[in-house]
Design a protein around this ligand. Sequence first.
Ligand code: SF4
Ligand code: SF4
Length: 334
Amino acid sequence: MGVVKRALYRMPEALGRLFPSVSGNTVNGLGEPRRRRPSPIFWHMNLEMPFARLQQALFERMDSDPRLKAVLRRGDRGPTKREPVAPVVVENTAQAWSAKVKEFARAHEADLVGIVRLDPLWVYDRYEATEPWLIVLGVAMDYDHLSTAPAIAAGIEVMEKYNRGTRAARKLANWIHAQGYHADAHGGPLAGPVSLVPAALAAGFGELGKHGSIINRELGSSFRLAAVRTDMPLVVDQPDMFGADDFCTSCQLCTNACPPQAIFEDKQVVRGDQKWYVDFDKCIGYFHETYGCAICIAVCPWSRPGVAKNLAQKMTRRAIRRNSGLMETSETAG
Ligand code: SF4
Ligand code: SF4
C-alpha cells in the first residue's frame, strides 16, 4: 500500500465545546512515571467521567443513523440470561480446563483465545474485578469492510464484531457456570471493569502497534476483543513477540494516514510504561465525527489478509539474524 497522507483535520468549534477542561492525555496518564490503574475516559456509563458529554453526543449521533442503530439496538449479542452456577463443581486439572475453554470458545465464534492472571493494574479505577483469571477472546473483522474506513461501513463492521465477541463471551460464561464455576462475560463497545488491551498483550495476542492497537501474527489489527473473568482453575499463556514493535519503528503508514495527526512517532511514558501512544484529544474529535474512524488499523500493512503471517516470519528471521550477528560480534570481541 502506498503512503496515504490525508489533509489535516480541523475539529468543528461546536464539537470542541463538548470537551472537558482536562486533557484526555492527563486522564490517561501521559508522562506519569508511576504505574497505576487506568481511569475511565470513554465507553463507560460513568457520569463523572470527564468525556461523558462527548460520549453522550456520540451515542445520540449513532442512534440517529438507522444503519448503526440496527446493529447497536437490535444486533444479536447472544444469551441475555445468565445461567446459574451449577451447585456441584466438575473436577479437572487446570491444563484440561484450559484446553476445554479454548476448544469451546473457538467452536462458539472466537478466533483468538488467550488466558492470563488478572492483574489489578488492568482494572479501571472505580471498578472491582477480583476473579483470578481472565480469558481474552478475539474476533476477526472483515477486511473488505474495515478497509472502507472512515466510511460508516467500517463503523458498522466494528459494532457487528463487538456483538459477535459478546455472543462468544456470554456463551463461554454460561458453559463455565454449568461446570460449577463463576464467570462474568464482557464485550464491547462499552468497556468493562478491565482494560483489555494490556490483558490481551499478556495473553499472547501480539504486540502493541504505533497506532495503539494490537498487531496479531495472523489477523494483524483486524480484530476486536471480548473477555470472561472466572475462578475456574486455568493455565496462563505467554506474550507473543514476533517483531511487530520493531517493524513500527520504521513504518509511518498510520501516522501519515491519521487525519488529526494523533499518532506519536515515538514511544511515550504512560502510567510508568514506555509504549506507543495515540494523542487522545486529537483522535477523539475525528473518531466522533466518523463513528469510530479506524483508518489507522485499516492502513496497517499487518491487517491486510494473508500479510501478517509472512511478515511475522520475516521479522522473526531478521531478529534471529541480528541476534546471531550480535553473538558473533561479542564472541569475537571477547
Ligand atoms: S482512529 Fe484516531 S488515531 Fe486512528 S487514524 Fe483515526 S483519528 Fe487517527
Ligand atoms: S501502520 Fe505501520 S507504524 Fe502503524 S501500527 Fe501498522 S506497522 Fe506500525
